[in-house]
Design a protein around this ligand. Structure first.
Ligand code: TRP
Length: 443
């Protein structure tokens, strides 16, 4: 068990804060037109994400096992249909899929530690920064090398049974990450793109909203909070019984949102000040941030530290992607943690090669419409599996678990708090997901 509630906050925040905040949030905000997307994303985090995160923690703490076995136990105890255990299995698969490309992008961050330290970005122009990134992406061997290195680091840490060892890392890197984001936002304020960047992120225009924007915002809310695949449920199994779930989840969601908004506020002013394209896609952070550090005094130092921190943030997230699967395999087959970690990691690494190639050799290979291999795996996991998993988790916690169990876990003592929970988790969260699915299917 975590020695205290704070350890859980650190681990869950370590899972939540990652590439989703610093890399993905700005780039999909850019692709989806800015302000309207940000507002819908924030609403999804608060109204759907927070209740579902509470549901994951409470189910995890009630079962105190891997998500699959926790769901088996819950189904037995409360005489529910065994079909609910699918939540656990789908989560294992979603974690596997996400990990496969997550380590590819995390590999880019690793490479950038090196590139920043070598001073390659000092005083470069926007197009030059873009060209450095494009050259890097065009080389499958380079991408494969960094993908492999990052996957090896992840496997090494999870094989050793990690969670505790990471505590120190998280305790140090999180505050530092905040400081560096602050430096970057401070820099962004001084550029002449700030007003435009701010406006881009926060000006709401209805005409920008389509059913698909809402689906992407919802998927992003799930992704950034690590929801819908049992990662938080797996960590929830170690939360001490006396910790307040609502308070803890609130802190995690707040920290996570602050990092995402901070990253956006740092990146968009730089985009506009340098005449770059906000909708340029996955390269956004890898072009703008080095550009900013390249223009700053002490930029080589700060920039290197920044990418070290991003890599740390990514590894604490990558670990949580594998946790539901590894916890289950260890529990069920009494397998050695190291052995299952290597098997899971190698398989996911192998699938990741498809994502590596989708930026170069397979760039013209399309699936599900216009999507590259990378976009396809990303879309299916983030925009389909996570919301679906989250919806099922909310329905389970809202309707299948008895009120007494939920009330005791959440410390709901009054009738109205019980009703509020039922409405949020049992009705609004699942309906929200359903509405978004329906909307995007209908186009
Ligand atoms: N939340 C992490 C990020 O923002 C990624 C992540 C870790 C994740 N664990 C997850 C996403 C579980 C979905 C489900 O980078």
């Amino acid at each position: 068990m975590w020695s205290s509630r704070w350890l859980f906050v650190l681990a869950a925040a370590g899972s939540a804060v990652g590439l989703g905040n610093i890399w993905k949030f700005p780039y999909i905000t850019g692709e989806n037109g800015g302000g309207a997307f940000v507002l819908i994303y924030l609403a999804c985090v608060a109204l759907i994400g927070v209740p579902i995160m509470m549901a994951e923690v409470l189910i995890g703490r009630e079962g105190r096992q891997s998500p699959i076995n926790t769901m088996r136990l819950m189904v037995q105890q409360h005489r529910a249909s065994p079909a609910w255990v699918l939540i656990g299995w789908m989560g294992v698969l979603a974690g596997f899929l996400i990990l496969s490309y997550y380590t590819v992008v995390a590999g880019w961050a690793l490479n950038y530690i090196w590139q920043m330290a070598s001073g390659r970005f000092v005083d470069v122009s926007g197009p030059e920064a873009g060209a450095i990134f494009d050259t890097f992406l065009a080389s499958p061997w380079q991408l494969l090398f960094w993908h492999t290195l990052f996957m090896m680091a992840t496997i090494y840490i999870v094989a050793r049974g990690v969670l505790k060892g990471l505590e120190a890392a998280i305790r140090w890197f999180m505050p530092l990450l905040f400081v560096l984001l602050f430096v970057l936002v401070g820099y962004a304020v001084t550029t002449d793109g700030f007003a435009q960047g701010f406006e881009f992120m926060f000006a709401f225009h209805w005409e920008d909203v389509t059913a698909n924007t809402v689906l992407i915002a919802l998927g992003q809310a799930f992704f950034t909070l690590s929801l819908g695949m049992g990662a938080i449920m797996a960590y929830g199994a170690y939360v001490p019984s006396n910790a307040s779930i609502a308070g803890t989840v609130g802190i995690i969601a707040l920290l996570d949102t602050l990092v995402a908004i901070g990253a956006g506020l740092a990146i968009f002013p730089i985009v506009f000040a340098n005449g770059l394209e906000p909708g340029q896609g996955p390269g956004l952070m890898f072009v703008t941030i080095p550009l900013a550090f390249g223009q700053m005094p002490l930029g080589v130092l700060f920039g290197t530290v920044f990418f070290v921190l991003v890599s740390f943030a990514a590894i604490t997230s990558a670990i949580s992607l594998s946790e539901p699967a590894l916890a289950y395999l260890v529990e069920e087959y009494n397998a050695k943690r190291a052995r299952v970690a290597v098997s899971f990691g190698v398989l996911s690494w192998f699938l990741g090669i498809g994502s590596v190639l989708s930026f170069n050799a397979w760039a013209d290979l399309h699936f599900l419409g216009e999507r590259t291999f990378f976009d396809t795996v990303d879309h299916i996991s983030q925009n389909v599996m996570l919301p679906l998993g989250g919806m099922l988790i909310a329905l389970f916690a809202g309707w299948v678990l008895p009120r007494t169990v939920v009330g005791a876990q959440l410390g709901l003592q009054r009738a109205w708090t019980n009703v509020l929970w039922k409405i949020l988790c049992g009705v609004l969260a699942p309906l929200g997901v359903l509405a978004v699915f329906a909307g995007s299917l209908l186009g």
